[in-house]
Every structure is written in C-alpha cells, then in structure tokens.
Ligand binder design. Structure first.
Ligand code: SF4
Length: 265
C-alpha cells in the first residue's frame, strides 16, 4: 500500500518524519504536499498562469530598448520607470541620436526615478560601446548568436549584470532563460527551491530547476505574484494560488501548531 511519503504527503505539524502522530493528534490531520521542483514545477506554473495569465510588464521587443528599460527599472517603482522610459524615448526616438553631450539631459529626465546620474552615465557608455563595436547603436547582431555568446557580450557592457542580460535575452530575443530578480527569488525560496541568500547568487540554481519551456511563464507570473500576493514582509498566503506547494507556509503552520501544542502564545 502506498505510504503518505510515496504520495508526497506529509503531516502539517510533523512533516517529513512523523506520520504515526496522525492517529493521535487531531490538529495534525491536514495533509499537504512538500514542493519538489522536478515533480511540481509544471503544476505551479499552470496555477500561476491561470491567475495571472502571462501579464505584460511593459517589456520591449527591441533588445536595445529592452536593455535601457531594464536599466531604468533598477531600484525604481514600476509606474515611475515606465514613465521615465516613455519620456526618454520621446526625447530621443533614435538611440543613434544620443551623444555623450546628452548625458546631462538624460540625467534630468531620469531624475524623478532615482539613481539618475548613474543610469544616465551607463546608458551613454553602453551606446558608445555599441557604436564602436557594431558601427551603430544596436543589439540586432546578437540575434543570430548562441545563448552563451549573447550573454557573454551583454554582461561585457557597462553596468549589465547577468539578470539584466537574461531579461534582454528572454523578453526581446525569445531565449529560454530565466532571469532571477527579487520576486522570482522570493517566490522560489518560499516554495522550497534550493536557493542562496541573494537573487544573483541563486541565478543558476533556480534557472537550472525550471525546464526551459517553462522559464518565460514562471518568470513573468512569479514577478506578478511577488508584487501582488507573495509580498516581502507580509505575504497574503490566504489568497495564494500556489499555497499547497509552499514550504514557507507549511513551516509557519508547523510553528503555530507546535506553539499551540506547548501552550506558547
Ligand atoms: S503561500 Fe504565502 S509565502 Fe507561499 S508562495 Fe503563497 S503567498 Fe508566498
């Protein structure tokens, strides 16, 4: 006969080891799944997709537009960086028209979003590097390169991290990569993925655990979930569509259950 562990079922209060207590402690009767990425990631992706429906985060189809858009998004609120991007494009419809003399003007446009001086300098520097390398401000030549070469070239640009490079690759070049930002990292960590402390150091671990064909959906829906429900300080677990797989929630219930059992408030 199949045992609870074979089915991936565990006791909320004593999960992973103590199935025998199920008979003795009525408060522990609820059974939940322990998240196993290789088994459950597809179901998690479908649950997220049903709720969020692969929403647009305003990303761009042109790789250089997308690179600038992602740079503007750094440590800036959603609505603000979208507005800054629109204003920047209105001022400079063609990136070829931007010269180093325009840095102060770009900085002024970006001022309300924060980190304006840094972002303006990075953008001007990137455009200069592309001009030197390709003869114009474009990332189009990357479209015919393999993933590894594209990523290597992008991270060689000033101020471009692996996460930024993977965003450009995923959103504007249809590459099956998975950028790990704070939202993806938080949702993955709480579900029970094997992660490290920070998104950048968890990049390979999380990306490697998600099949290539699921990466795009997992990223965009996890970002939506992290913004709306799986909040950093106070996650809204009661309205979460993937709570049945969540290790964080189960651990919290464990704690509450053992506190109740020992009379701790
Ligand atoms: S149950 Fe709570 S902590 Fe877990 S993924 Fe959902 S919102 Fe986040």
């Amino acid at each position: 006969m199949a045992q609870p562990a074979d089915l991936g079922l565990v006791c909320v209060s004593h999960r992973r080891h103590r199935y025998d207590v199920l008979d003795r402690q009525p408060t522990c009767y609820a059974l939940l799944m322990v998240f196993d990425p290789s088994r459950d990631i597809e179901a998690v992706c479908h649950a997220l997709e049903r709720v969020y429906g692969n929403p647009s985060h305003g990303n761009k189809s042109d790789p250089l537009d997308e690179l600038v858009y992602i740079i503007l998004s750094t440590r800036t609120r959603d609505a603000s960086y979208r507005r800054r991007y629109d204003e920047l494009k209105a001022a400079f419809p063609s990136w070829d028209a931007v010269s180093p003399r325009d840095q102060a003007r770009i900085e002024a446009i970006l001022q309300p979003g924060g980190l304006a001086m840094l972002k303006a300098a990075v953008i001007v520097e990137i455009l200069n590097v592309l001009r030197d390398r390709f003869g114009s401000t474009t990332l189009e030549p990357l479209r015919c390169m393999p993933d590894a070469d594209v990523e290597q070239l992008l991270v060689s640009l000033p101020g471009v991290s692996t996460k930024v490079a993977k965003c450009v690759m995923m959103y504007s070049m249809d590459r099956q990569v998975l950028p790990v930002d704070v939202h993806v990292h938080r949702v993955a960590a709480r579900l029970g993925f094997s992660v490290k402390r920070r998104p950048d150091t968890s990049q390979e671990l999380i990306e490697g655990a998600v099949p290539r064909q699921l990466r795009y959906g997992f990223h965009i829906n996890a970002v939506a979930h992290g913004r709306a429900v799986c909040l950093s300080r106070a996650p809204r677990c009661e309205m979460c569509c993937i709570s049945q797989w969540c290790d964080y929630l189960q651990t919290r219930k464990d704690r509450e259950c053992s506190q109740t059992a020992t009379g701790v408030q």
